[in-house]
Design a protein around this ligand. Structure first.
Ligand SMILES: NC(=O)c1ccc[n+]([C@@H]2O[C@H](COP(=O)([O-])OP(=O)(O)OC[C@H]3O[C@@H](n4cnc5c(N)ncnc54)[C@H](OP(=O)(O)O)[C@@H]3O)[C@@H](O)[C@H]2O)c1
Length: 296
């Protein structure tokens, strides 16, 4: 029997990929922002209570990292209060839950990759709101999986890869920050993982190892400049141009960002038997998807 999924979030990178990849194994009911505003916790919890889904997936979030510095209340409402209310409604009505968090819960000072249990210390409001969401969701529901991810990119929505591709094709040679390091992650790979685990999550008991905190990020690490250069190389081939490095200090932003937000995925690999592929391979697919979308 297919797993019934209630998905919050229609238009984002992850939301789009979940919809695109849904097959006969899952039946997804999607709630757009108009159907369920995550600023309204009670309304979102009511949508969970009235649903007959086995699994709830929160693919919507307040993701405007810089704007969050001046919209703290909204960021906390969307990323912490509402996920907590959804988690409580899941616990009440026997549904499993998947929500997503970020490497920005860490301060980026650890020399090696971050494990799920490492102490969190967000540098910005967005990271703090996601940290609060993690804790509140896990406290409210023992059948919740929180997947921390990083540097999400895809053929959909607004993201770094699409911006760099536009600059590459437009003949521009940007300067890009080279002293922030992380693991780029394909929204398609993340969505594929969630859908592949839907049956397992829908049937697992509370407290099973598949629940709790795990990290999902494509393998390998790079800087934003490294990612930009890879986009240029992939898109322009022999005609590629140099993407020049700059320091974070030369590109001031309202929100501070961790210097090394590298997520360790060994708990995911041990628990689910899945190893995310290298980010370069995922990037090639995204650029291929974009070419197809442009031709369609
Ligand atoms: N993007 C990244 O680099 C990154 C990195 C680490 C973790 N994450 C996490 O990964 C998850 C998926 O991110 P993503 O990249 O798919 O995000 P995204 O592309 O920025 O999409 C965010 C989605 O949330 C929706 N949304 C925002 N505020 C809402 C509200 N008040 N009510 C209902 N919907 C609302 C947006 O709807 P509208 O289109 O109507 O605004 C959009 O569908 C999030 O939990 C995010 O925090 C992302």
């Amino acid at each position: 029997m297919s797993v019934r999924i209630l998905q919050f979030g229609l238009s984002g990178q992850l939301g789009q990929e979940l919809i695109r990849q849904a097959d006969g194994e899952v039946e997804i009911a999607v709630l757009s922002r108009a159907d369920a505003d995550l600023a309204n916790a009670a309304a979102c919890a009511a949508r969970v209570r009235e649903s007959d889904a086995d699994l709830v997936v929160i693919a919507a979030a307040y993701t405007a990292v810089d704007l969050a510095e001046t919209e703290r209340d909204l960021a906390f409402a969307v990323n912490a209060e509402t996920p907590a209310a959804i988690a409580a409604a899941c616990a009440e009505t026997g549904k499993a839950l998947v929500n997503f968090s970020t490497d920005y819960v860490f301060d980026g000072t650890k020399a090696s990759a971050y494990l799920p249990g490492d102490p969190t210390a967000p540098l910005n409001v967005y990271g703090a709101s996601k940290q609060a969401g993690e804790a509140a969701v896990l406290a409210a529901c023992d059948r919740a999986l929180i997947l921390r991810t990083s540097w999400v990119v895809s053929a959909h929505g607004k993201n770094f890869v699409k911006t760099m591709l536009r600059l590459a094709r437009g003949g521009q040679s940007p300067k890009v920050v080279d002293d922030q390091v992380g693991r780029p992650t394909s929204a398609a790979d993340l969505a594929g993982f969630v859908l592949a685990q839907a049956q397992t999550l829908a049937s697992a008991q509370g407290g099973a190892p598949v629940f709790g905190l795990h990290h999902f990020a494509n393998a390998g690490e790079t800087s934003w400049r490294g990612l930009a250069q890879a986009v240029f190389d992939e898109a322009l081939g022999d005609e590629t141009r140099e993407v020049a490095p700059i320091a974070t200090a030369d590109w001031p932003t309202p929100a501070a960002r961790p210097a090394r937000g590298v997520l360790d995925t060994t708990s995911l690999e041990a628990t689910f038997g899945v190893s995310p592929r290298p980010w370069r391979a995922a990037l090639s697919d995204i650029i291929g998807d974009l070419a197809e979308l442009e031709q369609a």
